[in-house]
Ligand binder design. Structure first.
Ligand code: HEC
Ligand code: HEC
Length: 214
């Protein structure tokens, strides 16, 4: 009896979940991106310039395709799946709460429309001249000016905050990002992080990336 009841409520829950997923397109009106962005501002800042204390990167002016892809990855758990990925896990509930496809598109377009600001240098000890050689490996995907390449899924990195670039290189190398079996674009980045021997090599290439923006 008990078991049947448990089973029934499990089935009911599953039904509810399925109903949520199968909600017909357009059944709900999608809010404009700037309104949806209110939910992001507490971490990424009103102008999306980021908040280093919360480890939330600047996202203003990132291309809409990349913001979309990342929100979908956070939502599906293809990014921020590792228990040690504390910053990633901060982002995850956000993407889950919101967001159907229309909302993801809408908020991504808003983020992309915000003016990029070049983040201040925070890291010390990186030598741009030593990093230039390592960047030859990165160039094929992220571009000569760090402008990114949509066809390869590679984001622009030239204007990105140095502390965030370092945290992500460490995550790729440590297997906290880019190791989910369904994360194809993450998997293309991961071996590249392996070409950087240690933190010093990472700081050097990041110092070089900092010289790329025009
Ligand atoms: C609770 C704080 C918090 C909120 C709210 C939040 N984020 Fe984030 N977000 C983060 C953190 C922390 C990271 C960095 C994750 C990492 O280190 O992998 C991040 C990463 C991202 C990235 C990846 C950037 C990149 O270069 O790969 C995007 C895109 C993003 N957030 C968009 C959003 C949007 C859009 C919203 C609102 C719908 C939002 N975030 C709300 C904390 C937050
Ligand atoms: C084979 C193509 C390729 C090469 C070469 C490559 N990357 Fe990437 N990189 C990517 C892709 C694709 C992503 C996005 C992964 C994702 O969707 O999560 C990425 C993401 C990143 C990120 C995270 C940016 C963010 O906003 O979260 C950093 C930092 C990065 N790459 C740095 C480098 C550096 C430094 C090198 C050279 C040592 C390099 N990449 C070489 C394809 C590449």
């Amino acid at each position: 009896m008990h078991r049947t009841r448990k089973l029934l409520s499990a089935v009911a829950l599953l039904g509810l979940a399925a109903a949520g997923c199968l909600k017909p397109e357009g059944a709900k009106k999608t809010l404009p991106g700037h309104e949806l962005y209110a939910a992001c501002a507490s971490c990424h800042g009103q102008d999306a310039a980021g908040n280093a204390k919360l480890e939330a990167p600047p996202i203003a002016g990132l291309p809409a395709w990349y913001v979309e892809v990342q929100l979908v990855k956070f939502r599906s758990g293809h990014r921020a799946y590792h228990p040690e990925d504390v910053a990633g896990l901060r982002m995850r509930p956000m993407s889950r709460q919101m967001m159907d496809e229309g909302e993801i598109k809408s908020v991504s377009a808003h983020v992309a429309s915000l003016p990029v600001t070049k983040a201040a240098t925070t890291l010390e000890g990186g030598k741009a001249s030593d990093g230039a050689g390592s960047y030859a490996t990165c160039l094929a995907c992220h571009g000569a000016k760090g402008e990114g390449n949509q066809a390869l899924g590679a984001p622009p990195i030239a204007h990105q905050a140095d502390w965030y670039l370092l945290s992500q290189l460490k995550k790729f190398k440590g297997g906290l990002r880019g190791t989910h079996p369904e994360d194809k674009s993450g998997a293309s980045m991961r071996p590249m992080s392996m070409t950087l021997a240690d933190e010093q090599a990472m700081k050097n290439v990041i110092a070089h990336i900092g010289t790329l923006s025009n």
